[in-house]
Ligand binder design. Structure first.
Ligand code: GCU
Length: 411
């Protein structure tokens, strides 16, 4: 090595170790996902299976709450199929999931678009959506959700009207289909309306025994459970490759998508768009949204036990990198936005860094770097991370990063 190169190499070493040390100062007491509850170190993939159960148990009791098994009497009804949708570009299907098999019981609609003329079952993105399925496109054949809706264009007395169609258009549906992927969406309000009602409405009504306890069936828990129920249907559909389903969520729904991917290993991939606090952001940094804010403004999102961590963000014994670790070795893409300080972009990145040892143990690269990437830079291993300029949103640039990640891992 030439002297100058050697100097540059040594300087780089010192800079990168001091960056790592600065991170360590804040995060030195972060839980090690590879230490068992009894203090022993996990060194094999087999031991990880045991440790994984411990972590699921921890987050189930302390944060996301218990969730029921797949209901034995659940039924599906495909009520619409159009082989010539979106001007011939897609096959559209709509399915109702009757959670307790009763037509007047809690139910959820799945809207599915598949690229037309595909010769084999397609990999697909399953989205948990903020609005009824009619908000996705102006395709007038889409059933208008009858479930409770929050404020928004075309919402009257908490019900969607025709004017609510295509009002959440930031899904690049045509691009997704053109790149060979299917897209399915469900409405979070079909599963559990997004307001605090003491955990009574939505699917909570079916499981009173999971309420009145610290580890109660929560709203984020219910949304994640609903994603798994949608996957139950997708597994029955021969046009879809259910072994290649990427679960997607943005913001509060990203929190649910991450937990769904963590607990349901049938999901092949997780796409977390600015999931922030209770999603992939680390709490321990004490940056961005706090547990106090989460639990007071949105008391229904997490279980009652989680409230004991209010003001304990920086000292609590678990953190969100362990939720990412539950996804390993399956791929996860994490997307942040520069101005989305509430989600603490660096905290979202560092979660991936601290989950990486679990990916490595399982024979896969996690994040390929410990250096926070620059704007519009994507770093991609078994964990991918990107940060783009702009606000809390889902933009074409974000979809492109997720589709590139799918091309690398699901094709
Ligand atoms: C609020 C909340 C976040 C959440 C976001 C959203 O900003 O504090 O935790 O992610 O809403 O869902 O849009």
């Amino acid at each position: 090595m030439k002297p100058l190169t050697r100097f540059a190499f040594i300087a780089l070493f010192f800079v990168s170790t001091s960056v790592a040390r600065a991170q360590d100062n804040t995060l030195s007491s972060l839980a090690d996902p590879l230490i068992m509850n009894n203090g022993s170190k996990v060194t094999t993939a087999m031991q990880w299976r045991v440790r994984r159960k411990e972590i699921i148990q921890l987050f189930t009791t302390q944060m996301y709450g218990q969730a029921p098994a797949r209901p034995a009497n659940m039924t599906f009804k495909v009520f619409d199929t159009d082989k010539n949708a979106l001007g011939g570009k897609a096959i559209r299907k709509q399915v109702t999931v009757y959670f307790n098999g009763k037509p007047d019981g809690p139910q959820m609609d799945i809207l599915i678009y598949l690229p037309n003329h595909s010769k084999k079952p397609v990999p697909l993105i399953l989205q948990l959506g903020f609005g009824g399925n009619q908000t996705l496109t102006n395709d007038t054949a889409i059933k208008i959700s009858a479930s409770w809706a929050g404020k928004g264009p075309g919402i009257v007395d908490h019900k969607a009207t025709q004017a609510n169609r295509a009002t959440k258009p930031n899904t690049d549906l045509e691009m997704i289909l053109a790149r060979g992927y299917g897209f399915a969406t469900i409405y979070c309000g079909d599963i559990d309306p997004d307001y605090d009602d003491g955990f009574k409405n939505g699917v909570h009504a079916l499981y009173p025994e999971l309420q009145g306890r610290g580890d109660n069936f929560s709203t984020v828990g219910a949304w994640a459970w609903g994603l798994s129920r949608a996957l139950d249907y997708l597994e029955t559909d021969k046009d879809i490759n259910a072994k290649k389903v990427a679960v997607f969520g943005f913001s509060r729904l990203g929190k649910a998508a991450v937990w769904a991917g963590a607990t349901d290993e049938r999901f092949a991939m997780v796409l977390s768009n600015e999931s922030g606090a209770g999603g992939v952001k680390l709490f321990r940094r004490g940056k961005g949204e706090s547990i106090e804010h989460l639990c007071t403004v949105f008391p229904h999102w997490f279980d009652v036990n989680f409230r004991q961590y209010i003001h304990k963000d920086t000292v609590m014994p678990f953190d969100q990198h362990e939720v990412i670790a539950l996804i390993a070795p399956r791929p996860i893409a994490i997307g942040s936005a520069e101005s989305d300080k509430n989600s603490d972009p660096e905290g979202e990145f560092l979660s991936g860094v601290y989950a990486t040892p679990v990916y490595r143990l399982l024979g896969r690269q996690g994040l390929p770097t410990t250096r926070m990437p620059g704007l519009s830079e994507s770093v991609s291993g078994g964990i991918q991370y990107h940060i783009r300029p702009g606000n809390h949103n889902i933009l074409t640039y974000d979809w492109e990063q997720y589709l590139n990640f799918m091309d690398k891992n699901l094709k």
